[in-house]
Design a protein around this ligand. Structure first.
Ligand SMILES: [Zn+2]
Ligand SMILES: [Zn+2]
Length: 236
């Protein structure tokens, strides 16, 4: 994991906390050693700013351009490793039709370089959701981390295909946010089709975590652990 100078210290701490909770405390550290590199050069982001964008000067970095830069790094070539990147710069996916993303993940596939990639920005969340930033950032970081291990499993019951596979519940960290989508109330089971905002989702996810000790629903948790086991198996 590494980050730029613009990201909040609170976001960095949450990133380290998710890696600790999900890898170290669950006994995967020998399979997936966590390395923290601290601040890396802003060159990655400066070179990724507004790549292929017609509207220059918006100070958005292309997640695709950062990925390409990581793939070409000599250390990545010498010792392939999953990139887990936190930035304070606003992100977009690299195509012109997309306004912004909170984060993007390319799931772990041991044959690729880099073998897995996650990038998350706290820019919008600091601007729009400062009142619930810890809950929103935690939800987002765990969300992208789980995608690294291909959770939720495509085709599983209780999932929906919107920009990848996502959970249908309104109180699981794997739900898709800031979109109109099918949504099931995790408490009452009621089905609706409506806009789900990150604030609503993050507050409900925090409530689930307080109650059950987990920000993921049982099915998404199963998928995440299954994903970790599968990748550990591939590395054997
Ligand atoms: Zn997602
Ligand atoms: Zn779920």
């Amino acid at each position: 994991m590494w980050h730029d100078r613009k990201v909040g210290r609170d976001t960095v701490e949450l990133g380290l906390r998710v890696l600790d909770e999900e890898i170290v405390r669950r006994g995967y550290e020998t399979k997936f050693p966590v390395k923290y590199f601290g601040v890396s050069s802003l060159d990655y982001f400066e070179e990724a700013l507004n790549v292929g964008r017609e509207t220059k000067g918006t100070e958005q970095a292309s997640t695709l351009a950062v990925l390409v830069k990581c793939a070409m790094e000599p250390y990545q070539k010498a010792e392939p490793h999953v990139e887990f990147v936190l930035t304070g710069i606003d992100l977009y996916s690299g195509d012109r039709n997309n306004n912004f993303v909170y984060g993007t993940t390319i799931p772990i596939n041991t044959g690729r370089i880099p073998p897995g990639f996650t990038i998350i920005s706290d820019y919008r969340i600091s601007e729009w959701y400062s009142d619930v930033k810890p809950q929103a950032m935690y939800t987002m970081i765990l969300h992208e981390f789980s995608h690294l291990f291909s959770a939720p499993r495509p085709g599983r019951e209780g999932t929906v295909e919107i920009l990848g596979t996502h959970c249908i519940l309104d109180d699981c960290a794997m739900g898709q946010v800031n979109v109109v989508r099918p949504v099931v109330n995790g408490r009452t089971g009621r089905y609706e089709h409506r806009f789900v905002d990150l604030r609503e989702q993050a507050v409900k996810v925090a409530k689930r975590k307080r109650k059950t000790g987990d920000a993921l629903c049982r099915e998404c948790r199963k998928d995440l652990e299954y994903g970790k086991e599968g990748i550990a198996e591939q590395l054997r």
